[in-house]
Design a protein around this ligand. Sequence first.
Ligand code: UTP
Length: 405
Amino acid sequence: MEEKALRQLLEEKGQTQLLQWWGELDANGREKLARQIACIDWEQLSRPASVGARGKIAPIEGLSVEEIAARRAEFAAVGQAALRAGKAAAVLLAGGQGTRLGSDAPKGTFNIGITRPLYIFEQLIRNLTEVTNACNARIPLLIMTSEKNDEETRAFFASHEYFGYPREDIFFFRQAMSPCVGLNGKILLEAKDALASSPNGNGGWYASLERAGLAEKMRARGVAWYNVFAVDNVLQRICDPVFLGATILSGKASGAKVVQKAAPRERVGVLCLEDGLPAVVEYYEIDDAMATLRAADGKLLYRYGVILNYLFRADVLERIARERLPLHAAKKKIPYLAPDGTFVEPAEENGYKFETLILDMVRCAGSCLPFEVVREREFAPIKNRTGVDSVESARELLKQNGVEL
Ligand code: UTP
């Protein structure tokens, strides 16, 4: 963007502070800053953040482990046929910062092996390869990185020869960034030539995929379903034919793998209905009375904990991308370059980060099939180093499932 156009744009938007050091920047710095400004999603910035008041919550009907076991062959046949016909793609969400794990490296590069290396990415590729081998199918694997970890992630996969997955079926794309604003609504600078920004949340994946031209590419390959999953659950089944078949046969626009909550107050998002639409309610949004309600068979009424493994129909995602997801604002401490040129690491929250969330996609999809899986077989998230949902607990679960460490 030319300087004149840039100035005019920022005047219109009331954000001319971004050019405070323009005069000091060399050609590279100017180009960098102009590029970042050109990428700002102004519509998103001006949208009010969702306030979080919930509608009327009710339990949702899903397929139980027993029901799935009884219809396993039927579901598997439909899912395998769809996979062989190239109708599904896998989307690995690896754009997060993994702050709780306390490592700066991309989370997937973490080595969970004991007697030999076993990287999180490697285990996920193994899980997917089991399906491509069993179904004799090619499944495109789309890996979402962020600006902060893109190069390292690509280099890591390349140096490990993609863990044997066909190179031509792996596609990397970068998640878009959202500028951070101060409490007064002004976008913050991180350096003279850089905006303060953060990844735009795990709901940003489809819009980022479209921007990278990959949605188009997948359409051309005949992809009708996307299986989206988190980087940190090393036990998960990816493009599970039984899940895919059940979701296709249900006629619903999306499917969610769920596990029964371990306890009524477990800190996990719960799939339910909100004003008649599927929705994920966070554990802190349900009170004790609701969390402990039980059905006649003794099962919790709100028992379906989500594990961040979803299926979405491609045409529905296109609609959601056009309509846009609710925007969530989080008040944070954001390091920034002050007008006097000093770099400030604030002790108090001084601004907002914005993100969209994948759980809102379930609601926007309009319908969702909860598909219950056995926790000990399919859910070993790595969030922390030790304790609950940690490297230690995931190792234990991997061993129980016959994975050599
Ligand atoms: P989490 O919300 O658990 O975040 O992400 P995280 O970054 O992995 O870990 P913490 O909270 O900083 O410790 C759930 C999934 O969504 C992805 C993550 O990579 C993970 O697979 N994600 C999250 C993104 O791809 N982009 C984001 O902006 C946020």
